[in-house]
Design a binder for this molecule. Structure first.
Ligand code: CA
Length: 298
């Protein structure tokens, strides 16, 4: 079986399903279906990068490079740190403080050292916009755009609402400018996993019985927006996106025809003919998908 080479870009902190998605990714990697080349965080809230690091470490991925967004202040503190800050504090009880490299450098390095890479974005697209705009440096003689052309096979993006074209989805709405820039300039195919894919799929049931120190369990517990206080359940936008990026041909979702997909100035999806992109469409019952995602969310 082909091992899918993944670079993950997450806004871990806004919602706990990013933590669930990282769990799914590591569990698919454990059975040989994926290799995690790098992970980057797209908010300036530093505890988010620590949470990514802690979860990687939990699954034995302590050497996976983790990058952070280090440009302007973007989604920091308060609700963006509700579960990541306690996870960071727990990490720092037993480890030295970390110095994270910038997301742009981590992305450039991963692409300069690998080919056939699948990027998975489960947050905003500021890191990908910065990557595309990056110029040759000590890491590579190629620009970010050239690196993507050379080394990226596809990108999966959790973003957009394809069921209601009058409604802007959260990841897009938080940074419409970057989403528009990426949709217009990314040179490789983009597969969008829209809001409608995740909001009937409620997962996380295995976390209730997990080790109390499990950082993903902590994320779901502390996020506190699970649907039942005693059950660590949450909608599954990000876990589904990771699952579809690793298992690109799965029976649970099918792809739309190829389209030109963009966003208007309010962040709503705009569909046009003759593009290279597509969005996924549910192709199985909610209960079947829930069971499948829950197998890996542990
Ligand atoms: Ca997310």
């Amino acid at each position: 079986m082909e091992k899918i080479k993944i670079v993950l870009d997450t806004d871990m902190g806004s919602d706990c399903d990013d933590a669930g998605a990282l769990a799914v990714l590591h569990n698919l990697a454990k059975i040989g279906e994926a290799e995690v080349l790098a992970a980057v965080h797209c908010c300036s809230e530093i505890s988010g990068a620590y949470a990514v690091k802690s979860i990687n470490q939990w699954y034995g991925g302590q050497d996976i490079p983790v990058g952070r967004y280090d440009k302007k202040k973007f989604l920091e503190g308060g609700k963006y740190s509700k579960y990541t800050k306690p996870i960071m504090e727990k990490y720092l009880q037993t480890h030295a403080e970390l110095k994270f490299e910038s997301a742009t450098r981590v992305l450039r390095k991963a692409l300069s050292e690998n080919d056939d890479v699948t990027i998975v974005v489960i947050g905003m697209q500021n890191n990908i916009a910065e990557l595309l705009k990056s110029e040759a440096d000590d890491i590579s003689m190629y620009s970010g755009l050239e690196l993507v052309e050379k080394s990226v096979k596809k990108m999966y993006v959790m973003g957009g609402n394809f069921a209601d074209l009058t409604c802007a989805e959260y990841n897009i709405k938080c940074d419409i400018e970057s989403a528009r820039f990426v949709s217009e300039n990314f040179p490789r195919p983009i597969v969008y996993c829209g809001f409608e894919t995740g909001c009937n799929i409620v997962t996380g049931k295995q976390l209730k019985d997990a080790d109390e120190n499990h950082p993903v369990r902590l994320a779901y517990y502390l996020h506190g927006k699970h649907l039942d206080k005693n059950q660590m359940l949450r909608f599954s936008w990000d876990p589904i996106t990771v699952y579809c990026a690793v298992r690109q041909n799965n029976p649970f979702y099918k792809e739309s025809k190829k389209l030109k997909i963009g966003f208007n100035k309010n962040g709503c999806v705009r569909l046009g003919e003759g593009g290279k992109d597509c969005y996924i469409i549910q192709n199985a019952k909610d209960a079947e998908i829930t069971n499948e995602i829950d197998r890996f969310l542990k």
